[in-house]
Design a protein around this ligand. Structure first.
Ligand SMILES: Cc1cc2nc3c(=O)[nH]c(=O)nc-3n(C[C@H](O)[C@H](O)[C@H](O)COP(=O)(O)OP(=O)(O)OC[C@H]3O[C@@H](n4cnc5c(N)ncnc54)[C@H](O)[C@@H]3O)c2cc1C
Ligand code: SF4
Ligand code: SF4
Length: 418
């Protein structure tokens, strides 16, 4: 059944009873909205994935209580793998549909942020410096925390052996693992939706494991929203680290763009984006390409244009390169959890506390303005956190981001399971 055909009297809400305060975004404290009845994964598919607005954050995969949503490895998108119960949670936690992410960021900051977030210019003091994208601070931080027993592992990304420049999620449990995974991967890995599998592969029990989750801000939005509403898959996450971000690329399109510039992706050892320039270099550090990053605009995920969270405002710690020197990482420590982790990792880092760089503020401001001008709905951090299906349709229908019909190749799944 599509949402167009929803009954006028809402069906009983089939989601699991909330365990924590608030339970789900649509029932949260400040501004309750009536559950509009069942929303099925097919509704999310039409409104977000087929509409080419999915940012591959995998929040829907992690939110699904019946594990009905899997990941299509080929297309790097969520897909139905068994019966959908219409519980609506995928919709509720998707930052491109039911979750008003800016409200979530606001509430998370009110609840968790330090009065004065701390900003640092940091670089790894040991072997992590060479492995990292910028100062290697994220690698050093995680390595110290794992070696001291504060964390059991970290969900990070590493390059696929089979496919140049394609990132895949990786559960690092040692310094060596982290050194191998250092550097930025400019496509999404959907690691949030794979945490259970990654733990199972290592024989780790989620209830007894403390992990760091690393990823672009939207991934941290999903994880912290799930945590906020006390949903189990996020339970092993003890620390969140956001990589500051203005866009992520679709892997296939990124590779074609490089080829258009006569760059063989197999030869690219490192990609870097700083100050508006995309630079590709080989494993001798030789530059293969330097181009205005806007030339790669069409390789970016279109859903990124609706994102206003450059800094990763829900994360315990954010890391980027903006506003600090070459081979340094700009680090923002935002919560008590982040501060405790940062302090515990001090031995592996050379750190200078700095004022929040103006360039960081400028980029964050640019990012917010881009989102405000792209979002068909209003960008409003004070509005209700849950966006109903009906409100979404009202805002998006008739725009170039409106829901699109299901891919005919997938219709059989829906006939069977939705
Ligand atoms: C898509 C993307 C866009 C970015 N855009 C900007 C930008 O516009 N401005 C800016 O200042 N900074 C940006 N960054 C952040 C920057 O590239 C560095 O990640 C950051 O400065 C930390 O550097 P580091 O040397 O301390 O990290 P490292 O020591 O290299 O550690 C980074 C860790 O993050 C993991 N990781 C890398 N990519 C991913 C990924 N896609 N998903 C999950 N884990 C991952 C690695 O496996 C590694 O463990 C971006 C990062 C990404 C992934
Ligand atoms: S944006 Fe994230 S939550 Fe929404 S459909 Fe895509 S992967 Fe799922
Ligand atoms: S720009 Fe925003 S939506 Fe896109 S990958 Fe980065 S954090 Fe996610």
């Amino acid at each position: 059944m599509s949402a167009d055909n929803q009954p006028s009297v809402p069906e009983p809400n089939s989601r699991a009873e909330p365990k924590g305060v608030g339970g789900d975004p649509r029932e949260l404290n400040d501004d309750v909205t009536e559950p509009p009845g069942k929303i099925w994964f097919r509704d999310l598919d039409e409104a977000v994935i087929e509409a080419d607005r999915c940012i591959q954050c995998a929040s829907c995969v992690a939110a699904c209580p019946s594990d009905s949503i899997g990941i299509d490895e080929e297309e790097q998108r969520p897909t139905l793998v068994k019966m959908c119960t219409g519980c609506s949670r995928c919709w509720d936690f998707c930052p491109r549909s039911g979750l008003r992410y800016e409200r979530h960021l606001e509430l998370t900051a009110e609840e968790r942020a330090l009065d004065d977030p701390e900003t640092y210019a940091a670089r790894a003091s040991g072997d992590a410096a060479a492995a990292g994208q910028d100062g290697g601070a994220v690698t050093a931080l995680l390595a110290e925390l794992i070696e001291s027993g504060e964390l059991d592992g970290a969900v990070v990304a590493r390059e696929s052996d089979a496919d140049p420049l394609r990132g895949e999620p990786f559960l690092a449990t040692s310094r060596e693992d982290l050194l191998e995974a250092g550097g930025s991967i400019y496509n999404q890995t959907m690691g949030l939706g794979r945490i259970d599998d990654l733990l199972a592969d290592e024989g780790l029990d989620p209830a007894e494991t403390d992990l760091a989750l690393v990823g672009p801000p939207c991934v941290i939005q999903g994880a912290t929203a799930l945590d906020r509403y006390d949903h189990e898959p996020a339970d092993p996450i003890a620390l969140t680290v956001a990589l500051m971000c203005t866009r992520s690329f679709e892997h296939g399109r990124l590779v074609s763009h490089l080829e258009r510039f006569d760059v063989d992706p197999e030869r690219v050892d490192k990609l870097d984006i700083a100050e508006g320039v995309l630079r590709a270099s080989d494993d001798d550090g030789e530059t293969l390409l330097e181009a205005d990053v806007d030339e790669f605009g069409a390789a970016g995920l279109r859903g990124c244009e609706e994102c206003a969270d450059f800094v990763g405002a829900a994360a315990d710690i954010s890391a980027g390169n903006v506003g600090t020197e070459d081979r340094e990482t700009t680090v923002v420590v935002r919560t008590e959890t982040g501060r405790a982790a940062w302090t515990a990792a001090a031995d592996g880092l050379e750190v200078t506390e700095i004022d929040r760089p103006e360039t960081l503020e400028r980029l964050a401001d640019w990012n917010r303005r881009r989102a405000e001008s792209t979002l068909p709905r209003e960008y409003d951090p004070e509005e209700s956190i849950g966006i109903t299906y009906e409100d979404h349709r009202e805002a998006y229908d008739g725009t170039d981001r409106e829901p699109q019909p299901l891919n005919p190749a997938r219709v059989h799944q829906y006939e069977e399971w939705c």
